[in-house]
Design a protein around this ligand. Structure first.
Ligand SMILES: Cc1ncc(COP(=O)(O)O)c(C=O)c1O
Length: 278
């Protein structure tokens, strides 16, 4: 079934089909942003657009015009209370081989989606989480980017279908815990936060940045250091973030339950509030 064309713009025009020669389709040669829409406003718009532009620079193609993206977003979100806006940019069309043709014109694809039906209780009472067996691929040139190669996550997310398990945690090949399939990971112990460095793999999340900023406001120490499975299991509290959910505390991981009285709820409240800002 084709998407409602009014909910999908390609280069600013209602459209839901790209060329078979688009490099996003052929090679995953592109980047995307998944943006929460609240009260008709895309949240943390500038942060998303800044990450997208930095990603384009790292991949070596021109970032889309920020005003054009703003217009696309306004057109799709008009009168919309709560939704998900996805902005996807590909290097454009052309070249049967990998070599990017100089003539390729970057393409912008903006789509509007229903808000996911996550139970409200996830943010309040926490979620059940599992370990994934699929390792994350490491590549320092791609680390941090929200690029269109997501097969690690697709395989990891196919590892379970129990709806009671909200997220799976992924490690790199050396067994260091990096992030969830769709979230960044923090542990909290003895009043200090720790989150994995994302210099070899992982997505540098927009919500992760909000945690770092909120921790600075609350004068909570934060370290970015390798984290093994045992350190996650031993932590006082563990939580997950992304731009849609804000924060999910982990209530249970592989049989280990975390005591909610140890959760840094003042930090959570600040992060959720920050994630709802335009
Ligand atoms: C693999 C992965 N890591 C982390 C995140 C969190 O990123 P953000 O905070 O920008 O939503 C996402 C979001 O979809 C993700 O897919």
């Amino acid at each position: 079934m084709s998407a409602d064309p009014l909910r999908s713009l390609i280069d600013g025009r209602p459209n839901d089909a790209v060329s078979v020669l688009d490099r996003g389709l052929q090679y995953g040669d592109g980047l995307f942003e998944t943006i929460a829409v609240f009260a008709g406003q895309p949240c943390l718009w500038q942060s998303h657009i800044a990450r997208l532009s930095q990603g384009c620079a790292r991949l070596g193609f021109a970032a889309p015009d920020a005003d054009a993206l703003r217009d696309d977003a306004a057109q799709l979100t008009q009168g919309c209370e709560r939704a998900v806006l996805k902005v996807l940019v590909t290097r454009g069309q052309g070249g049967r081989g990998y070599r990017p043709p100089a003539s390729a014109q970057p393409r912008r694809i903006v789509t509007l989606h229903d808000w996911p039906e996550y139970p409200e209780a996830f943010g309040e009472h926490g979620v059940r989480v599992r370990w994934c067996d699929t390792p994350l691929s490491a590549n320092s040139r791609l680390a941090g980017l929200k690029h269109c190669n997501r097969l690690d996550q697709v395989l990891a997310r196919s590892e379970w279908d129990d709806p009671a398990v909200a997220e799976g945690l992924m490690c790199d090949e050396s067994g260091q815990v990096i992030e969830g399939t769709m979230t960044n990971l923090f542990v909290f112990s003895n009043g200090a936060l720790q989150t994995p460095a994302l210099d070899r793999c992982g997505v540098a999340g927009i919500a992760r940045d909000q945690v770092l900023a909120a921790a600075r406001q609350l004068a909570l120490p934060v370290s970015m250091a390798p984290l093994d499975r045992q350190a996650v299991l031993n932590a006082d509290a563990v939580f997950l973030t992304n731009a849609l959910i804000g924060v999910w505390p982990v209530a249970e991981l592989a049989g280990r339950t975390y005591d909610p009285t140890h959760w840094p709820r003042d930090l959570f409240a600040r992060v959720v509030e920050r994630c709802r800002q335009p």
